[in-house]
Design a protein around this ligand. Structure first.
Ligand code: AMP
Length: 194
């Protein structure tokens, strides 16, 4: 299963991907986690990305694409993957298309978790208190949501036009949301198998 999870910051992509990876038997690839690991390790790329991330802005497309290509060509991703946090804009969606074509790993499904902004803001506040992520500061969350609306929301339309997008209600108990995503994936694979 090669799956892209879309959704605003705080929509639950990471949480759901972590649950689905065991069931689907594929790695959870989060570009945000990879960048945070690079920041924590103090790599040159991490040092470059840190200020951008703390401000809630997007890290450059070139850095992301190189990082993603390295990750998607590792052995464990041959069985498939759950991609979380990428693509974040149309240029990245296009780059992902080309990359997957080149490595002959076409996407099976794109699922968007739909969560209203007021719920997102509440969730990020809770995460800010628990994890102290600078980009969960309420001020920064507002900026991230604006960037999401402007740059990332069109990515859903990009996949919808190809009949690839499934929209799932991301509000509710974790188990219930996971069950909804699984139902969407079953629908997708039934459609693909005719
Ligand atoms: P996330 O954990 O997915 O919310 O990502 C945290 C931060 O990492 C984002 O606010 C961006 O600064 C950066 N980031 C993660 N994925 C991407 C991406 N695909 N393109 C650009 N920046 C990204």
């Amino acid at each position: 299963m090669r799956l892209v999870l879309l959704g605003a910051p705080g929509s639950g992509k990471g949480t759901q991907a972590a649950r689905l990876k065991t069931e689907l038997g594929v790695p959870h690839i989060s570009t945000g986690d990879m960048l945070r690991a690079a920041v924590a390790a103090g790599t040159p790329m991490g040092l470059k990305a840190k200020a951008v991330m703390d401000a809630g802005q997007l890290v450059s497309d070139d850095i992301l694409l190189g990082m993603l290509e390295d990750r998607l060509t590792q052995d464990d991703a041959k069985a498939g993957f759950i991609l979380d946090g990428y693509p974040r804009n149309l240029a990245q969606a296009d780059a992902l298309d080309h990359l997957l074509e080149r490595i002959v790993q076409p996407l099976d499904a794109v699922v968007k978790l739909k969560v209203p902004s007021e719920v997102i803001i509440g969730r990020c506040e809770i995460r800010f208190k628990a994890e102290h992520r600078k980009d969960d500061d309420p001020e920064v969350v507002r900026k991230r949501l604006a960037i999401y609306a402007e740059q990332t929301a069109p990515v859903a339309d990009f996949y919808a036009k190809r009949g690839k997008l499934q929209i799932v209600d991301g509000v509710g108990e974790l188990d219930e949301v996971t069950a909804r995503v699984k139902r969407a994936l079953e629908k997708e694979s039934a459609a693909a198998n005719g």
